[in-house]
Design a protein around this ligand. Sequence first.
Ligand SMILES: [Fe+2]
Length: 421
Amino acid sequence: MRVGHMSQGIVGINLEELCVGTVCKHPVEDRRGMLLLGPNASITSDVLKNLRDREVAELRIDSRDVEAICVEDASPVALTLEHERKERIAKATPVKDLLVDRYDEPLSVERAAELEQGMLLAKAHFEVMREQLSDNVVLATDGFFEITNSYARSMVEDIDQTVGTVGAAAASCDVDDRSVRMAVLGMAVATQMGLTGQQILELGLTALLHDIGFNLMGPSANKPVGLMNEAELWEYRKHPIISVSCVAEVPQVSEGVQIAMEQVHEQFDGSGYPRGVKSHRIHNYARILNVVDSYLQLIFPTNERRGIIPHDALGLLLHQAGRGLFDPRVIKAFLHIESLYPLGSIVELASGEMARVIRRPRSGFADPVLQSIEGQRIDLGLGEAMVVRPVCDPDVDQIRLCPSVLETVLWHPSHPKMKVG
Ligand SMILES: [Fe+2]
């Protein structure tokens, strides 16, 4: 299985194609042209091991050596090793570098079905987790790794569709849904910030596990926050600590994940809970998830108000960021992921037509790609139409905030009642 290209007598091959016991007459280089083996070097198992340890994946060899030193085709064992090696590299690579560019493509119907299926699968795993907790069993987290892996793959394949489907407002959202949405949106923001595959999977796991403590708390901790008295609020704010206690014995849940789980509700200015930690003393994953959690709080209804349309929720977050509530780097990345008209939201065009945001702008924040109700693609970046205003999604219980309210409203993720003044 030859990879790469043949030009000027140089051929790109996979490391696993090298045949032990042969001799290469000409120099062997890596992908960037660095010399790996000199002329007349013997290919031994030690040489292969050394190259694998150095994470060399692809080689450039002289085409005259191909027949002499390459196996006819890689064996199944070699292919497995190659697959494992690729996975290792993917985990150490910024996911941003792996994203497939789908800007010019329509949304995939198959992917939409997969994403919907992913949510159902996640719900099944949460059910298993609840059974384990009620039986006092040490939590097994394999199912959660499966969820984060599956969404990470969808994100690499099409980040806009994944965020626009799973991270958008919907008609309903229970605790499980919300954790999944938080994981996917958080993973997308982390991707924008340049985190590696391994870190992104850990961040996703943090989001999925961060609220599991509620399952061990009484009914008063599970009622709407707006209806709680002071004592109940105190209890409620212990839920991140209780969530961590559920996974403290699980070896696959790293210390970093446990710290981040506890800190998801800490605010950048120190005004969060449970401990009031501030600024960069808050784990990076928790700083990302705090912004995402705040956004989701706003776009979904509470017992006191309807959901706020994503465009205005984003505006409100930016205002609160100006007050120091959030890590500015995370806010910037979040804006890059959602743009001013968040993925999945609806806008009205100058023609009076309604359209849904399906892709972020190629540049800037204001001109996304839309899809009309009839399914027609409209690229605002090409001047194909003009947005008049964001509007409520008819399938979701939403309201708009008027601009004066947006500037004066006082809102805090830990005290989610809105005060205008
Ligand atoms: Fe929480």
